[in-house]
Design a protein around this ligand. Structure first.
Ligand code: TRP
Length: 330
C-alpha cells in the first residue's frame, strides 16, 4: 500500500485554505493509502512563543481532522512533538541540505525582502528555526517514506527541497534508503482569501473553517470584489468569490453561476450569498461534531497519545535503518 503524509502548523484556527488544500483531499484518499496526518507543533515555535496559543491551536486542528472524518484507528494521527525521532532525523538532514536551497526558500526570502523594504537589517526578527524550516519539514516527511504529500500549492517548494535532500542521501548511501516524495495538489488553483491574495494566516485574510454560521456569512460578504454595479456583466475568471465557489460545487453549478455572472443583473451580494450557501452545506454537520469534541480535551489527549504510541516504534525502526547506513550503529 502506498503512503500519504501531511501536516498542519499549529499557528492558528484551521481555515478554508487548510481544509481545501490539505484536509479534504487527504481524507478523500485516506482509504487508498496508509496515511500519516499530524499536527506540526514544533514548526509553530518559530513564529509563536505563547504556550497557550500553541496548545489551543493544536487542539483545534486535531478536532478539525476528526470532525472532517479522520478515523484515528485507520490513520496514523499524532502530534509532531510526540515523535522525537523526527528531530533526530532533522539533525541528520541538516548535514545534507544545501544552504543555497534554504537561501531560496520563499518564506525566508519574503521575510528578508520585507525587512529590506522597511529599511531594517536583512535578518531582523529572523530566527534560525525559520531558516531551517524546510529541514524539519523534510524530516517529518522522510521518516515515514510517504509517496505523496497532499498540500496547498504554497508548499510545493518545501516538498521539492525534501525530495532533493532525499536524493542526495540515496546517492550517498544507496538508492532504496529513502522514498522520494511528491507533492499532491488538490486543484490547480490556489485558495484565495478575503483580499484576493492567497489565503494565509500570515496575510490575515483567512476564513476560519468552523466559524459559526452567522460569522461565516459575514466573512463571505467581506470578500473583496470590484465596484461593478448589479446590472453590469461580470467576469467569473478573475473573481475570488467564483474561485472559492469552484471548490464547493459541481461543474454544472459552476457553469450556471458563470452564466449568471456574464448575463449581468446579479450583484455581488447575491453571488456571495450563493457562495455562502454551498460552503455552509458542506461544513454544517462537521461543525456540529467539531463543537462537541473541541470541548472534550481528555478525549483529544487520549486520541493523540494513542496515535503517538503507535507511530513511534515505526519511526524508530526507520531511523535505525538510516543510522546504520550512516555508521552510527552496527
Ligand atoms: N509547512 C506546512 C504548512 O505550513 C506544514 C507542514 C509541516 C507539513 N511539516 C509538514 C506539510 C510535512 C506536509 C508535510 O502548512
Amino acid at each position: 500500500m502506498k503512503r500519504s503524509l501531511t501536516g498542519i502548523q499549529t499557528t492558528g484556527v484551521p481555515h478554508l485554505g487548510n481544509y481545501l488544500g490539505a484536509i479534504r483531499p487527504a481524507l478523500e484518499h485516506a482509504s487508498e493509502f496508509e496515511s500519516f496526518y499530524f499536527m506540526a507543533d514544533y514548526h509553530s515555535l518559530n513564529s509563536i512563543k505563547d504556550a497557550g496559543q500553541r496548545l489551543e491551536s493544536m487542539y483545534q486542528i486535531a478536532a478539525t481532522w476528526l470532525a472532517c472524518g479522520l478515523n484515528p484507528e485507520k490513520t496514523h494521527f499524532y502530534r509532531q512533538s510526540d515523535v522525537p525521532q523526527i528531530f533526530e532525523l532533522a539533525t541528520i538532514l541538516a548535514a545534507f541540505m544545501p544552504k543555497g536551497l534554504l537561501n531560496r526558500a520563499h518564506s525566508y526570502k519574503d521575510k528578508v525582502a520585507k525587512n529590506l523594504e522597511a529599511g531594517r537589517p536583512a535578518d531582523d526578527d529572523v530566527n534560525v528555526g525559520l531558516f531551517t524550516y524546510p529541514v524539519l519539514m523534510a524530516a517529518d516527511i522522510l521518516l515515514f517514506h510517504p509517496h505523496i504529500v497532499p498540500v496547498g500549492k504554497d508548499q510545493k517548494q518545501h516538498v521539492e527541497m525534501c525530495a532533493e535532500v532525499a536524493r542526495v542521501i540515496n546517492n550517498t548511501y544507496g538508492n532504496e534508503l529513502l522514498t522520494i516524495p511528491k507533492a499532491k495538489f488538490s486543484k490547480q488553483m490556489q485558495v484565495l482569501g478575503l483580499d484576493g491574495r492567497k489565503m494565509s494566516k500570515s496575510y490575515g485574510n483567512t476564513i476560519p473553517l468552523f466559524s459559526p454560521s452567522k460569522k461565516l456569512r459575514k466573512l463571505v460578504m467581506k470578500i473583496k470584489t470590484n465596484s461593478q454595479t448589479v446590472d453590469e456583466p461580470k467576469d467569473p475568471e478573475n473573481c475570488s468569490v467564483f474561485a472559492l465557489y469552484e471548490h464547493f460545487s459541481t461543474p454544472e453549478q459552476q457553469a450556471d453561476l458563470a452564466q449568471k455572472y456574464r448575463a449581468g443583473g446579479m450583484g455581488w451580494g447575491e453571488a456571495k450569498q450563493i457562495l455562502f450557501e454551498v460552503i455552509e452545506r458542506e461544513v454544517a454537520d462537521k461543525r456540529k461534531i467539531y463543537d462537541e469534541i473541541i470541548g472534550d480535551k481528555a478525549y483529544l489527549d487520549k486520541v493523540l497519545a494513542d496515535g503517538a504510541e503507535r507511530v513511534r516504534p515505526l519511526a524508530q525502526r526507520n531511523l535505525d535503518i538510516l543510522r546504520k547506513a550512516m555508521g552510527f550503529a552496527s
